[in-house]
Design a protein around this ligand. Structure first.
Ligand SMILES: [Ca+2]
Ligand SMILES: [Ca+2]
Length: 444
């Protein structure tokens, strides 16, 4: 017990020093993005001892991935860049009574929409007797000062050497929450204790990174379970989620991209957009958001060749309500992208006249150090020019962009070798003297 107490006090000093070094000032500059104000409230477990930022890091990531716009608030500030908003109210070493002595001022200063409270660990170490009554007093001060705020009250995580005290304290919390909820207070119980074991602790008191991640998951699920907890007050109180998008399908899949489309969702107020989620592989993996769309289609680029992906989409409304996810559609990208720069294409103007020209030969040279078995030359015709003929290539035309692919007898080139078999003819407006440009060559 005494050893633990000294540990907690050292932590406080260490964290203050760390914050000063990182910020260059002793006092935080608050970050605000105009999102829903959420106050992480408690002690060093909220501050994030052993992992600066603690559960707030993964919680932030989940909120961002989920498409929620959140503004963490509080008078303190710490954590890494992955924690996009460093504000919090987690006071290292503090007991319930110390939080209680300051809570009214903090609530009036930061006016949180939602409060995440994890407090009592230092009481277990320093003064467990009467801790539930002190927590009840704190909850009354919170809910009377911020009656519209959604207050999430966690059971405290396991604490090495104080298991009986922790269990006794936690066992009182459901009753404290239920009596206040029954009285109309916006207060919710969060079972944090059962999410962690002492194996998730780094020092017997504070979680390790994995333990904090578990806490983040519990907080996130709790936040999602209460309509409005992540929605600003005054958005019309819309708590109806849109219907799930349907008939998600992929088309036009290349080696690096695929096109998605789906049937629109409906909503009591209106669908404002869709989130596109992707997992890699035919099974397993985790769906993560890769983009958003205001329409019922999306093109996902930057994919890896010859790779299987699964997609889902979900809809959102103006209040931030998210629909269930759509059906899954699976795609496998085409084998092999092109390798630019493995070859060159050099045009020779054989002849030209007022209304046209012939490029012959187009010299294609393998500039790489290995044999290539096919090549693709791309170039741009000036406006008004049209291709009237070509030879010894397969041509695709897209607007003014011409793509010419080798055929069986001229695709294979040893390192340094060239072919002069390919050429083309084009027409142009009378008097126009311009010629094609932007010749590139790639394999295959
Ligand atoms: Ca903030
Ligand atoms: Ca709605």
């Amino acid at each position: 017990m005494m050893r633990t107490r000294r540990v907690l006090r050292c932590l406080t000093a260490g964290l203050m020093l760390g914050a000063s070094l990182v910020l260059g000032t002793g006092v935080a500059g608050a970050e605000s993005n105009g999102g829903v104000r959420v106050m992480p409230l408690g002690d060093s477990i909220t501050d994030g001892f052993t992992v600066a930022g603690g559960y707030r890091i993964d919680l932030w990531q989940k909120l961002v991935t989920g498409g929620f716009t959140v503004d963490f608030v509080g008078s303190l500030f710490n954590g890494p860049a992955a924690l996009g908003d460093h504000d919090h109210e987690g006071h290292s070493g503090w007991r319930i009574d110390q939080i209680d002595a300051n809570i009214v001022n903090w609530l009036r200063t930061f006016t949180p929409r939602t409060i995440l409270l994890h407090i009592g660990t230092n009481d277990m170490i320093q003064n467990p007797s009467g801790a539930p009554a002190r927590l009840g007093t704190l909850l009354d001060h919170i809910t009377s000062t911020a009656p519209d705020a959604e207050v999430f009250v966690a059971t405290i995580i396991p604490l090495s050497g104080s298991d009986a005290n922790v269990r006794a304290f936690n066992s009182a919390i459901p009753g404290l929450v239920q009596t206040r909820a029954a009285a109309g207070r916006h207060i919710h119980l969060v079972d944090m204790f059962s999410a962690l074991t002492t194996a998730d602790l780094a020092d017997g008191v504070h979680p390790n990174a994995g333990g904090y991640s578990k806490m983040a998951t519990v907080w996130f699920n709790a936040l999602r379970s209460v309509p409005g907890a992540l929605t600003p007050i005054g958005t019309g109180g819309d708590t109806t989620v849109p219907s799930a998008p349907a008939n998600l399908a992929a088309s036009g899949t290349t080696s690096t991209s695929t096109g998605l489309s789906w049937t629109a969702s409906t909503d009591n107020v209106g669908v404002t957009g869709y989130d596109i989620l992707r997992a890699t592989g035919a099974t397993g993996g985790t769906f993560a958001q890769v983009g958003t769309s205001a329409t019922t289609s999306f093109t996902n680029t930057g994919l890896t060749a010859n790779t299987t992906y699964r997609y889902q989409v979900r809809a959102r409304d103006a209040a931030g309500n998210l629909s269930a996810v759509s059906n899954i559609t699976q795609v496998t990208t085409q084998t092999g992208g092109t390798t630019p720069g493995a070859c060159t294409a050099t045009p020779t103007v054989q002849s030209q006249w007022g209304t046209g020209y012939v490029i012959q030969p187009m010299t294609v040279t393998n500039t790489s150090t290995s044999t290539i078995n096919s090549w693709t030359v791309t170039f741009t015709l000036p406006a008004g020019h049209t291709l009237t003929g070509s030879w010894n290539v397969t041509v695709t035309t897209s607007g003014q962009t011409i793509t010419a692919k080798s055929v069986s007898h001229n695709g294979t080139l040893a390192p340094g070798a060239s072919t002069t078999s390919f050429g083309f003819q084009a027409a142009r407006p009378n008097g126009n003297t311009s010629l094609p440009s932007g010749y590139t060559c790639a394999t295959p």
